[in-house]
Ligand binder design. Structure first.
Ligand code: ADP
Ligand code: MG
Length: 362
């Protein structure tokens, strides 16, 4: 196992990149702590696979370096990096049995036959394929083949890191949950450094201790699920994570007050003067409906009953706002006012979160 360091890393698929927009991966500095389980989360096309392939050595970055435990591996081929990678679609040897497919990485490294036998059995149990060990892979469903790919990725105990690139895409929903649980168990047992790529926030938040969120070729935040919920560092993190995502409203800020739709919103904390695009972010969980005319006037567009609570879709001078309210709470029809929990408010300038001014110790 290893710590993985990315130092001034950037990648462009163009031979002569000019501006930032030519880079699939903008400059990146990041440490993956030895033994942690990470999810790499972001929308399709944001650079997740590019980053993973650079770590595994399938791709040489245009700029910067990759270190495994301080050893420079930037130019080292995949085989030398001692990494297991599982891709979105199955990669199996059709003419081999399930058993031989699973055993392949071990035999390839000259592992002892008794150990291979025992380890393959263990892995077959984890992926639920003990009954099919002696079958040829040919003719198995895509689902089963992907389980073999996963199993082959997990079979070696001595890898530097395990990389998964949206590995559950072709797996049926019930088995997804099962396999994710197995991966977590594997992490607890062996403590491998794991990076699990997904565009699905639920997968990311349930799999990982730390979630790395990417947006447009950049890592915009790394944090625990709670940190991503409470303090999204970038507006993208706010609305990508959460269901529904964070509300982002045009605002101006004057000291301890924000002005939204012409109304004052007390912030409880002072902010320095902000220029350019200023926005107030507040999650639907922290939006209340009120009859108090001191709130912000809003129109109710729709109410969705989602079981445990209700989602109220509102309109505040042409901007949509969502509120989550308790199942039992009444919803007025037509017009209402909304207010925000101070503790749930974050302020953004040009999409990045701004810290309030530290009040001097008085
Ligand atoms: P993700 O895995 O997050 O969906 P990718 O890393 O595959 O994103 O892609 C990032 C960007 O790089 C996208 O704009 C994609 O079109 C581009 N890209 C990916 N692979 C190649 C390639 N082999 N050649 C040129 N452009 C590529
Ligand atoms: Mg991808």
């Amino acid at each position: 196992m290893a710590k993985i360091t990315l130092s001034n890393l950037a990648h462009s698929y163009f031979p002569n990149p000019s501006g930032d927009e030519d880079y699939a991966l903008k400059e990146l500095n990041h440490d993956w702590v030895d033994g942690e389980a990470y999810a790499l989360l972001g929308a399709s096309g944001c650079g997740k696979s590019t980053l993973l392939n650079i770590i595994s050595g399938l791709l040489v970055p245009s700029r910067g370096r990759i270190l495994f435990d301080d050893k420079d591996v930037t130019e080292a081929p995949t085989a030398e990096r001692n990494i297991a990678q599982v891709f979105q679609f199955p990669v199996v040897y059709d003419t081999m049995t399930v058993r031989d497919n699973l055993a392949f990485p071990l035999r390839n490294r000259g592992a002892d036959a008794t150990y291979v036998q025992q380890r393959v059995q263990e892995i077959a149990r984890m992926i639920g394929m003990e009954e099919q060990l002696n079958r040829k892979a040919r003719g198995l469903t895509a689902d089963a083949k992907q389980k073999i790919s996963l199993g082959r990725g997990m079979v070696r105990e001595d890898v530097n890191a395990l990389l998964f690139d949206e590995p559950l895409t072709v797996i049926d929903p019930h088995m997804k949950w099962e396999l994710r649980t197995q991966l977590k168990a594997l992490h607890h047992e062996f403590g491998h450094t794991m990076i699990y790529v997904t565009h699905d926030q639920t997968e990311a938040l349930t799999f990982a201790d730390k979630v790395v969120v990417m947006y447009d070729g950049r890592v915009v935040q790394m944090g625990t699920p709670q940190e991503l919920f409470e303090q999204p560092e970038h507006t993208f993190v706010g609305y990508f994570i959460g269901s529904p995502g964070m509300n982002v409203l045009d605002a101006s800020v004057d000291g301890t007050t924000a002005i939204v739709a012409g109304r004052n919103v007390p912030l409880g904390k002072p902010y320095a003067a902000l220029t350019g695009k200023v926005e107030l972010g507040v999650r639907p969980e922290f939006v209340q409906l009120t009859s108090d005319e001191g709130g912000i006037p809003a129109k109710i567009r729709r109410v969705e009953d989602v079981g445990r609570h209700k989602i109220v879709r509102l309109d505040i001078s042409g901007q949509s706002v969502d509120a989550i309210i308790a199942e039992a709470d009444p919803v007025p029809s037509g017009s209402t006012f909304v207010s925000f929990d101070q503790a749930g408010i974050n302020i953004y300038a040009e999409d990045w979160r701004v810290d309030p001014i530290r009040e001097s110790a008085a």
